[in-house]
Design a protein around this ligand. Sequence first.
Ligand SMILES: Cc1cc2nc3c(=O)[nH]c(=O)nc-3n(C[C@H](O)[C@H](O)[C@H](O)COP(=O)(O)O)c2cc1C
Length: 158
Amino acid sequence: MSVDLTILVGTMTSTAELVAQAVQLATEEDDVRIDIQPMDGLDAGVFAGGGLYLICTSTYGQGDVPDNAKALYASLQSARPDLSGVEYGVIALGDRTYAETFCFGGKRFDELLTDLGARRLGEVFRHDASAGTMPEELAADWAIGWIESVKAGRALAA
Ligand SMILES: Cc1cc2nc3c(=O)[nH]c(=O)nc-3n(C[C@H](O)[C@H](O)[C@H](O)COP(=O)(O)O)c2cc1C
């Protein structure tokens, strides 16, 4: 059962990009094809046609999405497309020092996509930059299990 996955990257200082690359290295094989797209310049049209997506984003400001994700987020809010053909996972990067808004960038995308009819697969993966752990290592481990459960779900549905 092959899997085509688009990873959309929201980042300010490239951590989320490193994480996306580590996820690709850890999970891409013959039957798993991955396309990494920075969110810069994207709008709601990136979800046209549906498919499987991984939102990989950090958090800035008062719990906001990073600058390169703002246009995509605003486009989804205003166009409100029907995303019932979209399945997605979330890798949310944050820092627990910001206790009130921990990983809110990912949380905002998660809530908006669900609101638009998309279906989240699995729990949101959250990384705490104050923990001293490597986000790319932990996220890659999480993504291996996530892809396995996507495949298992598809095998059951087939
Ligand atoms: C100015 C600033 C504001 C931040 N605000 C938040 C926040 O509100 N909530 C949170 O969980 N993390 C916050 N963070 C932490 C970042 O999301 C975290 O360090 C992340 O790993 C950065 O990833 P990036 O390099 O891909 O942008 C903030 C970091 C900075 C520098």
